[in-house]
Design a protein around this ligand. Structure first.
Ligand code: RIB
Length: 340
């Protein structure tokens, strides 16, 4: 394994000059920089980041805590964060919480033990239990929350405008003539679920429609809940003509429920979903979706975190980046109702 001294000797420069090139210092003469980079390539030199981290007390490693990698929303989020981390020379390590706060605590503890420089966090439902997050921030480990904000903590965040995204989607269903619009929410402990329900209610209020509790069910963002709650809604005496589902996995469950009840979409019931599943334009029915800028959320979140880690973002007030969703109208909501 080549050493920094061998690189310096090969390039005929000092070890300090090699270090300056590695840290991208602007003070290095371009000619010397070229010689050092050539020597690094020829010797296939890779700096010993472990030794470096002990010396400079920085690991160039970021942690990312997500809900569930098997949910197609999260890989795009991770990819965005990873692209930003790599662009700045950081390693990204990820953990899944399965939406369990105990695992979230464990993941934060492991990441702190590994001395990560900062953490990207998608919070699990926690019933207000966020002392582990506050303790991590108090220990000087920067946190940026993505997608969902924890209750009661002032923290940097990057997320979608969930309220507006849901409101625009339900307005579309109303424009198709629907008046009995059901909604399956995520866990109401999560801000994303609360905000999407708020958007649903705002759209119905604009149309002077009452909120019918019989049209609301609380899910948990998982396929099984989407399946179970859709069947529950469809087997009611007066069933909905449209269903707004709060995330992609529950929408897959809803489609499964339709098949089992011999109802078809959009002829018997329209379906719209918050989250644009990767195959939403491939399998039938092509789902009308509220598409989040997921890669951008991950990328901007990691960039904001790196700015905090490197002291380039010093505002004491948390930074809140709110991005717009895009409504993608497809066949699952386009059979215009004759009589609502
Ligand atoms: O599917 C997972 C859901 O949880 C997504 O809608 C995302 O916004 C997160 O809140």
């Amino acid at each position: 394994m080549a050493t920094i001294k061998q690189v310096a000797k090969r390039a005929n420069v000092s070890v300090g000059t090699v270090s300056n090139v590695l840290s991208d210092s602007p003070q290095v003469n371009p000619l010397l920089r070229a010689r050092v980079l050539a020597a690094i390539r020829e010797l296939d030199y890779h700096p010993d980041q472990v030794a470096r981290s002990l010396k400079v007390r920085q690991t160039k490693m970021l942690g990312m805590i997500i809900s569930d990698i098997t949910n197609p929303f999260f890989p795009q989020l991770i990819r965005g964060a990873e692209d930003a981390a790599l662009a700045h020379g950081y390693l990204l390590v990820t953990f899944n919480t399965d939406d369990r706060v105990e695992r979230e605590k464990q993941a934060l503890s492991v990441l702190r033990g590994r001395r990560v420089d900062g953490v990207l966090l998608i919070v699990a439902p926690a019933k207000g239990d966020n002392t582990h997050i506050k303790a991590t921030m108090a220990a000087g480990v920067p946190i940026v929350c993505l997608d969902r904000l924890p209750h009661g903590i002032q923290v940097d965040s990057v997320s979608t405008d969930h309220i507006k995204g849901a409101q625009v989607c339900v307005r579309h269903l109303l424009s198709q003539g629907h008046r009995r619009i059901a909604m399956i929410t995520g866990s109401m402990e999560l801000q994303t679920a609360q905000d999407r329900l708020e958007g649903y209610k705002a759209a119905l209020k604009e149309a002077r429609l009452k909120i019918d509790p019989e049209m609301l069910r609380e899910g948990d963002f998982r396929l099984e809940a989407g399946h179970r709650l859709t069947k529950d809604l469809l087997l009611q005496r007066v069933r909905p003509t449209a269903l707004f589902v709060s995330n992609g996995m529950m929408a897959l469950g809803a489609i499964k429920a339709l098949e089992e009840t011999q109802l078809s979409c959009p002829k018997d019931i329209a379906i719209a979903v918050f989250d644009d599943l990767p195959l939403a334009g491939v399998y039938r029915p092509y789902l009308t979706s509220v598409a989040q800028p997921t890669h951008e959320i991950g990328y901007k979140g990691a960039e904001l975190l790196i700015q905090r880690v490197e002291g380039k973002m010093t505002s004491a007030k948390p930074v809140r980046i709110l991005l717009e969703a895009e409504l993608k109208i497809r066949e699952s909501t386009t059979a215009k109702l004759i009589s609502p």
